[in-house]
Design a protein. Structure first.
Length: 343
C-alpha cells in the first residue's frame, strides 16, 4: 500500500529529478517533508517504493531517482498540471489561425509550435487516402510566360507550383486548359492522374496539347504528392539537449530521419479506438523510442482525411508545463479543422 507519506516522498523525488536530473537522498527529504521523520524511516520508505518498481538507485550509497514506471504513476495520480499562460494561449491561436484553411500547413505549424514550446521534437502526419480525388484546379498567370497552378482535393489538401509555359497564357490557352481539366481530371482519384490521362487529352486539345504539357505534367506531380502520406518532423536537434537520452539520442535521430517506421506507427495509431495517448518509456511500441515520452493525437478533417500530431522527448521532461501546452495545441487544431479554419 502506498500511504500518504510514501506518496509525498515519491512526489518530491520525481519533481526534484525532473528539475535537476539528480538523485535525492534521505537527508534532503527530511528537510523538505512538512512533518518530522527520521532518515532511517525515509530510507525504509524509499526501499519499499523501490520494491514496487517506482524508484531506482544508481549507486549503493546514492540517493534515489524515479523509474520510468513512476512517471506514469506521477502523471495519473500525483501531478497537478499548470495552467497555460494566457499570453501563450493567445499566441498559439494567432499562429495557428494563419494557415487554418490549409489543413496540411496548419498541422505543420502546430508541429513547429510544439517543438518550440516544449523544447522537444514535434511531428505532424497527414495519412494517404485511396479515395481522395481532384475537386478543383486553377491556373493563375504570373507574367513572363509563368503561371501558378493550384489544386484542391476533396480531402481539403491544397497543392501549388510555379510553371514555365512555352506560349502566352491568354484566354484561348486557359479555355483549353480548363476544358481538359474539367473533362478528364476533376473527380479523378489522385493516383489515377498519370501519363495515360495526359495522353487522353490529345483528343480534346489536339495540336495545342504540346503547349499544355508542362501544366498537365505539373498537375500530375501535384496529384502524386497529395496521394502519399506526408510526415513532417520539427525540432529534431532539440533532442540533443535531453541528457537523459544519452547515446541513444543518435539512434533515435536516425530512426526519425528514416521516417518509414514512424509512419507505420502513426498509421497503426490512427486505427486505434482512442483520440489521444501518451507513451512513456517501455510503453512505446518501437524499440528506438523506449527511452522517450511520446504524446500523440489523431484528427479527422475534410472528406474523411486522417492526420496525427504529436511530440517526442526524453522521459525526463517538464510534464506539469508541457502537457497543458500540447493539449492546448491539440484542442486548437481540432477546433480549426472541425470548423473549416475558424476559431
Amino acid at each position: 500500500m502506498i500511504n500518504e507519506r510514501r506518496l509525498a516522498i515519491l512526489n518530491l523525488i520525481i519533481e526534484h529529478y525532473l528539475k535537476t536530473g539528480e538523485p535525492m537522498g534521505s537527508k534532503t527529504l527530511c528537510q523538505l517533508l512538512p512533518y518530522s521523520v527520521s532518515s532511517a524511516t525515509i530510507r525504509n520508505e524509499m526501499a519499499y517504493l523501490s520494491e514496487l518498481g517506482l524508484l531506482e538507485q544508481r549507486h549503493t550509497s546514492g540517493g534515489r531517482i524515479p523509474s520510468k514506471a513512476s512517471y506514469r504513476y506521477y502523471i495519473d495520480s500525483l501531478m497537478e498540471e499548470n495552467e497555460i499562460n494566457p499570453y501563450d494561449a493567445k499566441r498559439i491561436e494567432e499562429e495557428l489561425s494563419v494557415n487554418a484553411g490549409d489543413p496540411e500547413r496548419l498541422l505543420d505549424d502546430a508541429a513547429r509550435l510544439i517543438a518550440g514550446y516544449t523544447h522537444c521534437t514535434g511531428f505532424s502526419c497527414v495519412l494517404e487516402d485511396e479515395l481522395d480525388c481532384i475537386q478543383g484546379v486553377d491556373l493563375i498567370p504570373a507574367g513572363n510566360r509563368k503561371a501558378i497552378l493550384v489544386m484542391l482535393t476533396m480531402g481539403s489538401k491544397i497543392k501549388s507550383s510555379l510553371i514555365n509555359v512555352p506560349c502566352a497564357i491568354d484566354d484561348d490557352f486557359r479555355f483549353m486548359f480548363y476544358e481538359v481539366v474539367n473533362r478528364l481530371f476533376i473527380g479523378t482519384p489522385l493516383k489515377e492522374a498519370n501519363l495515360a490521362l495526359i495522353q487522353s487529352s490529345v483528343l480534346i486539345a489536339k495540336e495545342r496539347v504540346f503547349d499544355l504539357l508542362p501544366v498537365l505534367n505539373s498537375l500530375c506531380s501535384l496529384c502524386n504528392e497529395a496521394s502519399h502520406t506526408k510526415l513532417n518532423i520539427e525540432g529534431k536537434t532539440n533532442l540533443l539537449s535531453h541528457s537523459e537520452l544519452g547515446s541513444d539520442v543518435y539512434r533515435l535521430l536516425s530512426f526519425l530521419t528514416d521516417k518509414e517506421q514512424m509512419i507505420g506507427l502513426l498509421k497503426a495509431f490512427s486505427k486505434e479506438n482512442v483520440q489521444a495517448a501518451m507513451f512513456i518509456g517501455d510503453e512505446n511500441p518501437l524499440y528506438e523510442m523506449k527511452n522517450t515520452t511520446t504524446i500523440i493525437s489523431k484528427f479527422n478533417f475534410g472528406n474523411n482525411q486522417k492526420a496525427t500530431l504529436g511530440m517526442i522527448g526524453s522521459t525526463r521532461i517538464d510534464y506539469k508545463n508541457i502537457i497543458p501546452v500540447v493539449k492546448y495545441i491539440f484542442n486548437t487544431v481540432n477546433t480549426l479543422l472541425s470548423k473549416g479554419g475558424c476559431v
